[in-house]
Ligand binder design. Structure first.
Ligand code: C2E
Ligand code: CA
Ligand code: CA
Length: 749
């Protein structure tokens, strides 16, 4: 009745997984791409900035050099120098020294011969090869680094070519500048700790470096891999950005520019750790992205959970109430019942599973709509029925209802149940389509719940009890007890062991004598099977034959009994002892005369016994129709066997059949004597008359008459008085073992 739907938990799990997967597929790579992009951007920006700074710095240096040139130009007085008079020039230099730019150590005039006159009044001999301004290439010359002899000071020179009116080079005007002054006063830009500027001259000597001691020297990294980036090489290569190893072992970037007119290289050293310092905030922001994403996911899952719970609630409404009856569904009933039991651990409970007998039939014959109405009516009656108790009710599949009632005692509950059941029955019978209820009942005793008996278990027990009711119209309810289960278990055991029991001869035959009423002598016997099971003990057929009839094993057992009987008879005959005819039972399952005869004869022919010694008892109420019965009887007759009709009178068509079926013997059912004998053991006269007529009728039809279940002398006397032929029953003998039977024959022949 209930539609099968995916459980909300499954939906939730799947969708959460789905969201997580979507997250991993989309958000994580995106954020990592984004982060990488950001970092790259930041790095680029950083380098751009550094480039700008380097540019600016290089401009400052250029400007400063320009400034020096201007100072030098200002110092140059054309008519003095054009005199080419060394004395005059020397005087001028010394006299106007005070006009000299403060950053110059001194100014000098260098003549083509290599002699230089200074503002200090001294004359120095210079290497004229080095001062190329002397030949005008270039006109403005800025030297490499040089060391002032006898000091730790480094200097460089700026020199300009001086020409006469006719353009002839008459010398060079130059200025010596101390590196310390050059750096400290002009280019004193402080950067972060990790970055530093450097200037190297054309030969790779440091004019400027963070560490003063490097100034005036060259530097080459220890690691051969970085040898290209030694200062000598940097001085020669064009501008660019290089990775190398600093003198302290750090990996660094060096970004270089060339300072115009000087051939010097200005460099900016950036250590990797400085770059990492930029990364850090970026990494932080990527962490933030992940963090925010996780937050978003949690939010999504929460929202999703909320939506799912909404759906769930909607579904729940469907699963809580059964739409037809408005009662709780079985699921909800189970939940509520479990609660009820949990809250009263010391109470006793009665669980009833109710349904309608033959509901399927009702459904098919009256239609679904009418059947639904029946269910609705039934539910209302049941609901009313239990309303005065502390109880709950729910509906399961189709016509199944579940009721849990809190009770005070099992005995009282059962009494009330029976009273109420009759009442309910009347209501149901008077409905437009009369129907009959069926109940399975189980009880829960205090403490059983804590021993693991659940509401589902309880329902299972009630269900099981109900299933044992079967077709019996007189039983309307069944109470679960462990014996019921034992019976089922026993049947299972029997089914599992029957074949093996047959193979290992656990079955054996007993013989119950048949006595001639005329002379009290034994005239025959019936073979009755027994099972001696090592596990279940000695069993009479009522324990296993109904089961064997259901599962078909009875036909095998029948043939086993026949063979045992034939064996017994043959053994007696060989020994020359007295024998009586023995009747064997043919179960109702044999319904193919051909096959039965074939199998029967196959066994029979293994032995040499006259067929007259064998009688076959066929049940009146067997599944065979009268034609088949007739057929098999004829076939048995043809082979010389006699045939008895067993349990004659128990069926409905007994009298009809009498004339049709050519049996030799009528074995009157035990019930004849049972029902006509009163508590004093006397035969009721009305019944007596009826039996008398039947015996007379049988005699007229030339049938022998045998009565079963003769237990008392009164019964025996009565049968004798109406001239019944034979009697079988406890009055003469119970079924006997082979040995006892042999004795019996000896005594009663
Ligand atoms: P049945 O064929 O009517 O067998 C007679 C039953 O009545 C036997 O029960 C016997 O023990 C019992 N009986 C005999 N005298 C009296 C008496 O004075 N009072 C009472 N109350 N009962 C008496 P048993 O041996 O338990 O067999 C029960 C049934 O099992 C048989 O009823 C028969 O239908 C079936 N059965 C027994 N053996 C076989 C067999 O080998 N094959 C088949 N197919 N069925 C068998
Ligand atoms: Ca029988
Ligand atoms: Ca019988």
């Amino acid at each position: 009745m209930r539609k099968k739907s995916v459980s909300p938990e499954t939906i939730k799990t799947i969708s959460t997984l789905f969201v997580a997967i979507i997250f991993m597929i989309i958000v994580l790579p995106l954020s990592s791409i984004y982060t990488k992009h950001m970092l790259k951007n930041a790095e680029n920006k950083y380098f751009d900035n550094m480039e700008t700074i380097l540019d600016g710095y290089s401009s400052i240096v250029t400007l400063q050099l320009q400034n020096y040139k201007n100072s030098l130009d200002a110092f140059y007085v054309k008519h003095i120098f054009e005199t080419e008079d060394e004395n005059e020039i020397t005087n001028f230099l010394v006299t106007y020294k005070y006009k000299m730019n403060k950053e110059f150590t001194f100014i000098y005039f260098l003549t083509p011969s290599g002699k230089a006159y200074t503002t200090e009044g001294t004359t120095i001999q210079m290497n004229k090869e080095k001062h190329t301004a002397l030949i005008g290439e270039p006109e403005l010359y800025i030297s490499n680094l040089g060391k002032v002899p006898g000091t730790d000071n480094y200097t460089f020179c700026i020199e300009e070519t001086i020409r006469a009116k006719d353009g002839r080079i008459i010398g060079v005007l130059g200025a010596s500048i101390s590196i310390n002054d050059f750096i400290n006063d002009n280019i004193n830009i402080k950067l972060g700790n990790k970055e530093s500027f450097m200037i190297i001259d054309r030969d790779g000597y440091f004019l400027m470096h963070q560490r003063k001691e490097i100034i005036g020297t060259t530097f080459a990294p220890d690691a051969p891999a970085y040898s290209n980036f030694a200062s000598i090489n940097l001085a020669k290569s064009g501008p660019g950005t290089f990775t190398t190893k600093a003198d302290n072992g750090d990996i660094v970037y060096i970004m270089t520019h060339k300072i115009p007119e000087t051939g010097w290289t200005i460099g900016l050293k950036i250590s990797l750790s400085e770059i990492e310092a930029i990364y850090k905030p970026q990494k932080k922001s990527s962490l933030q992205i992940v963090f925010v994403s996780i937050l978003v996911i949690i939010l999504l899952v929460l929202v999703e959970g909320w939506i799912v719970s909404l759906i769930q609630k909607k579904q729940l409404i469907a699963t809580v109430y059964d739409p037809l009856t408005n009662l709780w569904t079985r699921q909800r009933f189970e939940i509520e019942a479990a609660k009820m039991i949990r809250f009263s651990p010391r109470s006793k409970f009665m669980l009833i599973e109710a349904d309608i007998r033959g509901f399927k039939f009702l459904n098919q014959n009256y239609g679904e709509e009418a059947a639904d109405k029946v269910i609705l009516y039934y539910s209302q009656m049941l609901n009313k029925w239990i309303s005065e108790f502390k109880s709950i009710i729910g509906r399961g599949f189709a016509d199944h209802f579940y009721i849990l009632i809190k009770i005070t005692s099992v005995h009282r509950a059962m009494n009330t149940f029976k009273e109420k059941m009759d009442e309910l029955d009347d209501y149901l019978k008077s409905y437009e389509i009369p129907f009959f209820p069926k109940f399975g009942i189980s009880f829960l005793m205090p403490g059983e719940a804590s021993r693991g008996i659940t509401i589902q278990g309880l329902i299972g027990q009630a269900s099981f009890a109900k299933s044992t009711i079967k077709d019996n119209m007189l039983t309307q309810y069944s109470v679960y007890n462990s014996r019921l289960l034992e019976k089922i278990n026993e049947e299972r055991f029997i089914e599992e062991h029957m074949q093996q029991a047959l193979d290992s001869k656990e079955f054996f035959v007993m013989y119950q004598p048949k006595i001639s009423l005329a002379d009290e002598r034994i005239v025959g016997a019936e073979a009755l099977v027994r099972w001696n099971s090592p596990k279940l003990g000695l069993m009479t057929p009522d324990k296993f034959i109904p089961l064997f009839e259901r599962n078909g094993f009875i036909t095998k057992l029948d043939f086993f009994v026949y063979e045992e009987v034939f064996k017994f008879l043959q053994a007696r005959l060989i020994k020359g002892e007295t024998v009586v005819p023995v009747s064997v039972n043919m179960s109702r399952n044999h319904n193919k005369p051909e096959k039965f005869m074939h199998d029967f004869l196959e066994i029979f022919n293994k032995y040499s016994i006259p067929p007259e010694l064998v009688q076959v008892e066929i049940l009146e109420r067997s599944v065979m129709d009268s034609n088949t019965l007739q057929d098999i009887t004829n076939k048995l007759h043809k082979e010389g066997f006699t045939v008895a009709m067993d349990d004659f009178g128990s069926g409905e068509s007994s009298l009809n059949m009498l004339t049709k079926i050519p049996v030799d013997v009528l074995k009157f059912d035990r019930e004849f004597l049972n029902s006509s004998t009163n508590s004093n053991g006397e035969i009721d006269s009305k019944s007596a008359k009826f039996i008398h007529i039947l015996i007379d009728l049988s005699k007229n039809l030339e049938k022998q008459t045998v009565f079963e279940g003769v237990e008392t002398q009164a019964q025996r006397d009565f049968l004798r008085s109406i001239e019944c032929d034979q009697a079988q029953g406890f009055f003469y003998s119970k079924p006997l073992s082979e040995q006892d039977f042999i004795q019996f024959i000896k005594l009663h022949s």
